[in-house]
Design a protein. Sequence first.
Length: 356
Amino acid sequence: MKIEGKEYRTIWFENNVVKIIDQTKLPHQFIIKDLKTVKEAINAIKIMEVRGAPLIGATAAYGLVLAIIENNDQSFLKKSAEELIKSRPTAINLKWAVDRMMNKLLGVNSDKILEIALKEAKEICEEDIKFCENIGLNGLKIIEQIYNKKKDTVNILTHCNAGWLATINWGTATSPIYHAHKKGIPVHVWVDETRPRNQGANLTSYELNEEEIPNTIIADNTGGILMQRGEVDMCIVGTDRTLATGDVCNKIGTYLKALSAKDNDVPFYVALPSSTIDWDLKDYKDIPIEERNSEELSHVEGLDESGKVKKIRVYPKKSKAMNLAFDVTPSKYVTALITEKGICEASSDGLRKLFK
Ligand code: MRU
């Protein structure tokens, strides 16, 4: 998608270096960063220079390419794979991508290993783009239905950033929105700010602006009253891990939005590529929920009056703060899942019908 009119992907490989858009600097600075070692890839995932479930999977895949370039040794590769998987615990795409790479790379001792790794990492990216495009075409049908009935702007609420910046291109939750906009359907997006890291305000609003899609940032607690007033036609969010039961783990605050949506008969959709499905875990209470540094809550970053980026403390020094990064929305609150293969009920039956 576009930034200042130029097409970008979120990650690419050039001259033995992995290129990323440093998302900790957006929206105030657009910086392309080089990752040269697997350690740098692990760090980029940890400190969220790259984030969003599909993109951290792709970064991990390229991280293994960097590991091979650094030291073509199987025990280094295995250790790197373990470190990459540990870099963020909740999004299953990370383990999915590392496992997929390691299936191709384990036991390969020839010089061909780099070629094999590069090919697989590129395929992971190309596949994600195709899947996200299909999610968009499938989700477009839902937006079209609402528009055909309403004959007026479709108001869509989204949480966090499940946009193209969280994937390689298109996004998951935003892909149906981009497709609707391209088709000329008038859409307006309510963008949850998404405290504490403000991925909604800093990333979703930013990328929608760049594609000229009308959007309004709202504080995270505003969605409920907008739904009561009939100002939300549908919600679409992404997910970091969806269980085979249809239970959806996503950015903290998603669950409360789903409860409001249920209470107000607003359809609540979750968009995901199949790489985000955890087919093994049975109980959502077993999903590892990432707890991040409380400084993300107690401090905020923004532009000061001279236009410089500045970080300031907003909480009392003595106060303790707790920063859980994800929550789970049980399947009963999810109207449907929008996947690359089609739309299905958020249930094991629904998912099994699509993914045999
Ligand atoms: O902590 P983040 O910014 O990595 O969390 C991202 C989300 O919660 C997204 O909604 C999710 O990864 C889906 S991305 C298509």
